[in-house]
Write a protein that binds this ligand. Structure first.
Ligand SMILES: *[C@@H]1O[C@H](CO)[C@@H](O)[C@H](O)[C@H]1NC(C)=O
Ligand SMILES: *[C@@H]1O[C@H](CO)[C@@H](O)[C@H](O)[C@H]1NC(C)=O
Ligand SMILES: *[C@@H]1O[C@H](CO)[C@@H](O)[C@H](O)[C@H]1NC(C)=O
Ligand SMILES: *[C@@H]1O[C@H](CO)[C@@H](O)[C@H](O)[C@H]1NC(C)=O
Ligand SMILES: *[C@@H]1O[C@H](CO)[C@@H](O)[C@H](O)[C@H]1NC(C)=O
Ligand SMILES: *[C@@H]1O[C@H](CO)[C@@H](O)[C@H](O)[C@H]1NC(C)=O
Ligand SMILES: *[C@@H]1O[C@H](CO)[C@@H](O)[C@H](O)[C@H]1NC(C)=O
Ligand SMILES: *[C@@H]1O[C@H](CO)[C@@H](O)[C@H](O)[C@H]1NC(C)=O
Ligand SMILES: *[C@@H]1O[C@H](CO)[C@@H](O)[C@H](O)[C@H]1NC(C)=O
Ligand SMILES: *[C@@H]1O[C@H](CO)[C@@H](O)[C@H](O)[C@H]1NC(C)=O
Ligand SMILES: *[C@@H]1O[C@H](CO)[C@@H](O)[C@H](O)[C@H]1NC(C)=O
Length: 488
């Protein structure tokens, strides 16, 4: 592979002068893993923040969780101009008890920053500056990105304490639903929350076993997340990696995400997601690697995903629009994808690329997906590419360029299902296709190669263009098919 150099200049928190540092032991944190250190850590954060905010300027206060130690805690609230520093060798352990979290379900986070600016979390000792990521391009393996636990601090959500019964298909989870504010098995605390924040920085840290979503950023601006390793539970539902909701100017790079549910999942519940860049990440998930659209009342635009490796996942890139927002001006480039089947209770049918728009309910006016490109994608998958527009509408201006798709079986799950979930037609029994196209106008397939092994269980048609599509607007340039008797 050609080595391409470009300067990744991300200056958000930038070089940080740590003017003040505070140690949580001063207020009596024990780190014994048994007593609750919540009050001691919170008092340290508050007094440290008060001190720095008496000064003008952009200096930070650093709140140190020293090593060694396991600090058991309930919700901690971050303040402006503070960085929570979990020292290498130290672990922040989430309380599994609802009493240690705020009453309001929307504030159930282990660490919550709300309406603050210049705020961050790190697990490294190497100072508070951005690491040099200058020429760091290329598709990463799992060890090329993220952070190693011996070098950085850990935040552990203790998700196993939220499992009611373990099941290798899908765990059944404890529910904190008491008021009816959240659905049964979705009533669990998230790990990190940034609500209405400006200048958020999360770097050089390991995040283990979130009970629900891991990183949740809402209505915020100027966000940088890098060199983060997320190690969730492969069997736990809703174990999302990074959910950026209604936020602008986000940069995510060099992250390693191995988890049960969607790994990177932007949402637009309360405003658009604009100017999001994700580069150099390694992903493994029992759900979707990069997903747009699980909650999408506003637009997604100006999004760039580059140099991403998705492995052993149920779906690769998923655009799953069900609400009124639109998705446009998005490029997915330089992906390596391996998808396979898992149990049907997880959405996804091993599609490397999945693009659908259909209304969540009869009352929904669903948005459109247009001006989206998939470039330089290599995929080995049990199922083909699936693209389907809404009934009575069309997806438009889509491009697949330099795509190499190899269909191959890895599991014994039966194929032959189109997955329109959530809602819509649900799971539909249908022949397999290398590429399935339905209700699309203006699709360009440029240098697309599909190859088939002989071991595919049900007949695969190379490409199926469903009736409601506008066929004359589909252009094939250098389209090639290969049938092989065996695949090595
Ligand atoms: C924090 O305080 C503890 C207890 O006094 C001490 O052992 C540790 O070295 C301190 N850590 C830092 C980084 O100051
Ligand atoms: C957010 O912070 C600003 C400035 O500190 C304050 O004026 C405002 O009331 C806060 N808003 C909320 C919803 O807390
Ligand atoms: C992608 O990840 C897989 C699985 O970890 C790894 O084997 C492979 O080397 C990585 N890189 C590329 C370019 O596929
Ligand atoms: C949530 O709790 C409320 C009140 O106890 C109950 O009425 C509702 O059925 C529960 N819903 C779910 C999905 O568990
Ligand atoms: C993001 O940008 C859009 C368009 O400029 C703006 O309407 C929205 O309020 C911004 N979101 C935030 C959280 O600042
Ligand atoms: C986001 O960061 C940029 C660059 O530091 C700054 O100019 C801009 O004001 C920030 N946006 C907000 C809303 O603070
Ligand atoms: C996009 O966000 C990045 C930070 O992630 C920022 O440096 C850049 O200026 C933003 N671009 C626009 C057009 O706002
Ligand atoms: C995004 O970042 C750019 C460049 O730093 C800044 O000009 C713009 O105001 C930011 N957008 C918002 C909505 O803050
Ligand atoms: C279409 O997407 C490209 C990036 O692929 C972007 O440069 C262009 O501005 C977008 N155009 C519209 C109209 O969104
Ligand atoms: C796709 O790959 C080609 C050949 O390596 C390269 O020239 C081109 O810049 C790549 N496109 C993108 C969008 O990365
Ligand atoms: C598929 O089934 C065959 C026959 O029962 C078995 O030998 C094989 O191990 C199974 N493969 C997988 C990946 O489970």
């Amino acid at each position: 592979m050609a080595v391409i150099f470009f300067a990744l200049t991300i200056v958000l928190v930038g070089a940080v002068d740590a003017e003040i540092s505070c140690n949580v032991t001063t207020f009596g944190a024990t780190g014994d893993g048994v007593s609750y250190d919540t009050p001691a850590i919170q008092q340290t954060i508050d007094s440290c923040a008060a001190e720095i905010n008496e000064q003008d300027g952009d200096d930070f206060a650093v709140v140190i969780i020293p090593a060694p130690g396991r600090y058991l805690t309930g919700t901690l609230f971050l303040r402006s101009r503070t960085i929570l520093h979990i020292s290498p060798g130290a672990t922040l352990l989430a309380s599994p008890s609802q009493d240690h979290y705020p009453a309001l379900e929307s504030r159930w986070y282990l660490i919550l920053a709300e309406n603050v600016s210049n705020v961050g979390i790190t697990g490294s000792d190497v100072g508070y500056t951005e690491p040099n990521v200058g020429s760091d391009v290329g598709i990463p393996g799992p060890a090329d990105v993220g952070a190693t636990s011996s070098d950085v601090g850990v935040i552990d959500g203790q998700s196993c304490k939220f499992v009611e019964s373990f099941n290798s298909i899908k765990n059944v989870m404890v529910s904190w639903n008491q008021t009816g504010a959240c659905y049964g098995d979705e009533c669990r605390p998230r790990l990190l929350g940034f609500l209405d924040c400006d200048r958020v920085h999360i770097w050089n840290i390991q995040l283990h076993q979130p009970a629900y979503w891991c990183i949740h950023v809402v209505r915020s601006n100027n966000i940088s997340i890098h060199h983060v390793s997320i190690l969730g539970d492969f069997d736990t539902p809703n174990n999302d990696g990074i959910d950026i909701d209604s936020s602008n100017n986000t940069s995510i790079y060099s992250c390693n995400i191995d988890t049960g549910d969607d790994a990177i999942c932007p949402k637009t519940n309360d405003g658009p997601v604009h100017n999001l860049t994700v580069s150099r990440c390694w992903i493994r998930t029992k759900s979707c690697g990069v997903k747009l659209g699980s909650a999408s009342t506003s637009d997604f635009y100006g999004l760039r995903f580059n140099w991403i490796n998705i492995t052993e996942s149920h779906r690769g890139i998923g655009l799953q629009l069900r609400d009124s927002g639109n998705i446009y001006d998005v490029i997915f480039s330089n992906f390596n994808i391996m998808t396979r089947y898992y149990d049907q209770s997880w959405w996804g049918r091993a599609e490397p690329i999945y693009v659908t728009s259909c209304p969540r309910s009869p009352a929904t006016v669903v948005g459109s997906i247009y001006n989206v490109s998939f470039v330089n994608i290599t995929a080995v998958s049990e199922n083909g590419i699936f693209m389907s527009g809404p009934e009575g509408g069309l997806l438009r201006d889509l491009m697949l360029e330099n795509i190499q798709l190899q269909l191959q079986r890895f599991t014994n799950y039966t194929g032959g299902l189109l997955d329109y979930r959530p809602g819509c037609q649900g799971l539909v029994d249908h022949q397999n296709s290398g590429i399935f196209i339905e209700r699309i106008s203006n699709l360009l397939l440029n240098n697309v190669q599909v190859s088939f092994g002989s071991d595919l269980q049900r007949p695969f048609v190379p490409i199926e263009i469903a009736p409601a599509t506008i066929p004359e607007s589909i252009e094939f340039v250098d389209f090639s098919l290969f049938y092989q008797t065996s695949l090595g």
